[in-house]
Design a protein around this ligand. Sequence first.
Ligand code: AMP
Length: 364
Amino acid sequence: MCTVKALSSQTMTSSPLRTLYDLPVSNNGARCRIILYKKEIPSSEVAVVSPMELGGLKTQEYLKVNPQGKMPAMVCTETGLNIAESDTICRYILSVYKDGPSFQPENPKSNLISRLHDMYLTTIQNCMYKAGPFGNFGTRKDAIAEYVKQMNVIESLIDPDDGMYLCGNEISLADATVFPSMIFAAHMLPKFDIEPPLPPNLNKWYNQLKNTDPVFEKVHDEVMSGLNAWEEKNRWHPILGAGWRDEEPATIFDKLMSGDIPATVVKQDDKIFAFKDINPAAPAHVLVIPKDRSGLTRLGKATEEHTEILGRLLVAAAEISKDKELGFGDGARIVINDGPDGGQEVPHLHVHVLGGRSMQWPPG
Ligand code: AMP
């Protein structure tokens, strides 16, 4: 059994030969870490460092290392080469460090599984945790159905009686590639009513590695520490709302709720989300939206079942319209633009609360 040391973000005192910029939650980086841990490569050879050491993913300094602004990325001090793609990083590590398991870089089945994973799962995995868009798929529901379909393509390549790894009794790149994604899928798909989340062969393989192999267990715990932090920040509440329970495409409001685009949030609770309009039509201009759009792309879609949320939106609008710190005076204009003739642009019901000046009537 190999020794398993804790992953830490570290500031290097002397330059390591190679630096892997990565964080525990990154599932693409996790495949590189599985190889590092399995081969027991010391941090003097490959240091695992947080991108925050370069100021964060979107800084000029980090973008020089990985122009996509994503994790992982490897900087090779000796060659000056930056490798900003996880499979290429893995293959590079395997080509330099021969001790320990080979990970079978030439095994065609392993390579097929890894390629299918990278082409068809990785490209839409954000349907489980982001506001969209999700590759070619307009709705989260469609993207998740495709994710499940693609897991089943990999499932069909697994022989459950052929050893504990995906390609028999010997670990391969396919195990390192697919395992971290299955941590995400096992944790998140049940939130979207996909039960059980993993097909049977993948499930058996995943649990066996997680429960019996200390390196896979360690990487599982690293990724889960990041996912639990998302849980604490209530990341799923808005994501589970708009764009999931109805069939319409997500809008910019989903991104504002998930924090992918910054918003000046004025008020929110379990049902409503209120934020300053980016293009104010009055000194005070706030939009109030339902977190769960549930079919309310416009007011005209409202039915009996929406009575409670419509009431919540108006009560929130009333409270906001009395907030002097937001610039409201005595009274406000409460507007819902409904559909094309109503001048509605964003297909997610929203209540405009406008104030801070006297309004004219009739409106234009
Ligand atoms: P409507 O024309 O009734 O659909 O209103 C849509 C409103 O959303 C407009 O007043 C926009 O200024 C506002 N809006 C669009 N994008 C953003 C954003 N990123 N942050 C805040 N408000 C926005």
